[in-house]
Design a protein around this ligand. Structure first.
Ligand SMILES: [Ca+2]
Length: 92
C-alpha cells in the first residue's frame, strides 16, 4: 500500500507541474461544476497524479474524511485550498 506521504507527494507534483494555480486544478477536476470536489472527482485527481485505481479510491475517501470540515462529504474550495496550501508549504 502506498504511503500517505507518497500519495501526497504525487498530488503535489501534479498540482505544481500541470496547473498554474490551485484554482485551475480545482476547476479542472470539478467535472460537474458544482464548486465541490466529490469523492469521485477527487479520485480522478489522484489517478491523474498516478495513484493506482484501488488506492485512489481508498485515499479519496480518507482525504475527504480528513479535510471535509463542513461534513457534506465533498471538498469545497476553502477546504481544498487549505489542504493545498499545507501541502505546498511542506519542506521541499
Ligand atoms: Ca463537483
Amino acid at each position: 500500500m502506498a504511503s500517505k506521504k507518497k500519495i501526497l507527494n504525487q498530488v503535489k507534483i501534479l498540482l505544481s507541474q500541470s496547473f498554474e494555480t490551485p484554482e485551475k486544478a480545482f476547476a479542472f477536476f470539478d467535472k460537474n461544476g458544482d464548486a465541490h470536489l466529490s469523492k469521485n472527482e477527487l479520485k480522478d485527481l489522484l489517478k491523474a497524479a498516478g495513484v493506482g485505481g484501488f488506492i485512489s479510491k481508498v485515499a479519496a475517501k480518507q482525504m475527504i474524511k480528513g479535510l471535509d470540515k463542513s461534513k457534506d462529504k465533498k471538498l469545497n474550495w476553502s477546504e481544498f485550498k487549505k489542504a493545498v496550501d499545507a501541502l505546498m508549504s511542506e519542506a521541499k
